[in-house]
Ligand binder design. Structure first.
Ligand SMILES: NC(=O)c1ccc[n+]([C@@H]2O[C@H](COP(=O)([O-])OP(=O)(O)OC[C@H]3O[C@@H](n4cnc5c(N)ncnc54)[C@H](O)[C@@H]3O)[C@@H](O)[C@H]2O)c1
Length: 310
């Protein structure tokens, strides 16, 4: 089958593209290469065709979607900080892009759209583990754009009969995550620093926790969300299903890479959420999703991949 992956040159998107190609799909990638990279698609070879363009342009999305049965919408400005700095511009990509993808999918009569939502929509909610029906508390333009996108995604299933599924990713980590930005995933930054022989900095006391999920589990959730019947219009948390503190994370990485006994500690960043943890029962019941890679194993695999790439 032909599948469109927007944002397919990015971290999560390109890992998904590899899995789709491996199962025999023909993949069209629409990506403006703003944070994505051509080399992320090298492993996929010529079964993945890259169209360089923006999801903010409807005609471009329509052309990319032509003949596609399934659409994965991963493209977004994924940096919360960037959406704080440029909310008008990022809204055009993160919300306008979602609407374009839904409309293009409808126009080409695609069967299903799977949308990359975010745990950011929950905000700082102390009622953990978070269930999908928790009241959303968006605290950034990014979270608003993801939440409003989810609403479009849901209503397009109700109104137009396009099958749609939202996956709310928690903290995803794994190979190809770019450590370049100070706001990118904490794990990619720690790995990068430790491999350079530097000491990473934890903001706060390090006892804050996140629900980290290895990218291969996110990919598997996407494959399920593209195929399982009877889930249209639904939203699923996709996470590892357990808390890991940043201090524990540092300990795991130190045991794989070595390095200073203690990280540096700096003042907590304003607005940082203290704890985040998902309830993943719905994804298990609806999609048959269960995380398969424990955090420590994912970290070891990531370090191996980063070492091999250097
Ligand atoms: N990484 C995480 O922990 C996480 C958590 C929750 C949600 N998400 C969501 O998952 C998706 C993938 O994120 P990622 O971590 O792989 O980030 P990423 O930045 O590596 O991937 C995003 C991709 O979208 C592309 N893109 C950006 N603007 C575009 C535009 N206007 N038109 C076309 N392509 C565009 C980028 O070039 C990049 O390849 C995003 O929607 C993100 O918001 C990620």
């Amino acid at each position: 089958m032909r599948v469109l992956v927007t944002g397919g040159a990015g971290f999560i998107g390109s890992n998904l593209v590899d899995a789709l190609v491996a199962r025999g799909d023909e993949v069209v990638v629409l990506d403006d290469l703003s944070t994505g990279k051509r080399e992320n698609l090298e492993a996929a070879g010529d079964r993945a065709r890259l169209i360089v363009g923006s999801v903010a342009d409807y005609d471009t999305v329509l052309a990319a979607a032509e003949g596609c049965e399934l659409v994965y919408h991963e493209a977004a400005v994924a940096s919360v900080q960037r959406t704080v700095e440029a909310p008008v511009e990022t809204n055009q990509v993160n919300l306008g892009g979602t609407l374009n993808v839904l409309e293009a999918a409808r126009a080409v009569k695609a069967r299903r759209v799977v949308f990359a939502g975010s745990a950011a929509t929950y905000g700082d909610n102390p009622d953990l583990p978070l269930r999908e029906d928790a009241k959303p508390r968006p605290q950034s333009p990014y979270a608003i754009e993801k939440l409003a996108s989810e609403q479009y995604v849901k209503v397009w299933a109700d109104l137009y009969g396009l099958e749609t599924v939202t996956l709310r990713y928690f903290n995803v980590f794994g190979p190809r995550q770019d450590p370049g930005s100070p706001y990118s995933g904490v794990i990619s930054i720690f790995v990068d620093r430790l491999l350079r022989g530097q000491v990473p900095t934890i903001f706060g006391d390090g006892e804050q926790t996140r629900d980290f999920v290895f990218v291969s589990d996110v990919v598997r959730a996407n494959l399920l969300a593209g195929t399982v019947d009877g889930v249209s219009g639904r939203v699923f948390n996709i996470a590892g299903g357990g808390p890991t503190s940043l201090n524990q994370l540092y300990g795991h990485l130190r045991s794989v890479i070595g390095g200073a006994e203690r990280p540096n500690y700096a003042e907590a960043r304003a607005g940082d959420i203290r704890h985040s943890l998902a309830n993943i029962d719905a994804a298990h019941e609806g999609l048959g999703y269960r995380p398969g890679v424990p955090v420590a194993e994912g970290l070891a695999r990531l370090v191996e991949a980063v070492r091999a790439a250097r």
